[in-house]
Design a protein around this ligand. Structure first.
Ligand code: RB5
Length: 147
């Protein structure tokens, strides 16, 4: 898979560790920054990764900040992106099986490297179940107030 990855200073170390694990597992990684622990604004990196996924330049996105929360809020503003912030493998699996999430957000101040790798593996390996979930996911793309 091709994975676009991004972080701010709070998630930089975790992103670096996860990018190395992804490459070791044979995935292609586009690291869109940041590239060190200098303080930066997470929406800039969330947007870059989310746009890469929305344009089809990457199969999945990986975003790391301190909590994972700001990255998820920012990424979900890009049409076609379904970003999930998780801190356990069950939620990572469900984000794919039921929500067809295409961007995984992790908190570098929340999860350790090994737990994050388990989450990432579950996220990459779990297929979307479709069926009734496809109907629900389609509703996520309806503009606010349409109903
Ligand atoms: C940066 O200190 C922190 O606010 C950021 O990494 C993230 O956790 C925001 O959601």
């Amino acid at each position: 898979m091709k994975v676009a990855a991004g972080s701010d200073h709070g998630g930089f170390a975790l992103k670096r560790e996860l990018c190395a694990a992804l490459r070791a597992a044979g995935h292609e990684v586009a690291d869109l920054g940041s590239h060190d622990e200098t303080s930066v604004d997470y929406p800039d990196y969330a947007r870059a990764v989310a746009r890469a996924v929305a344009r089809g330049e990457a199969d999945r996105g990986l975003l790391c900040c301190g909590s994972g929360i700001g990255m998820a809020i920012a990424a979900n503003k890009v049409a076609g992106v379904r970003a999930a912030v998780v801190s356990d493998p069950y939620s990572a699996r469900m984000s794919r099986a039921h929500n067809d999430a295409n961007v995984l957000c992790l908190g570098g101040r929340v999860v350790g490297g090994e737990l994050a790798k388990d989450c990432l593996r579950a996220f990459l390996e779990t297929p979307f179940e479709g069926g009734r979930h496809a109907r629900r996911v389609a509703k996520l793309d309806e503009p606010d107030g349409e109903r």
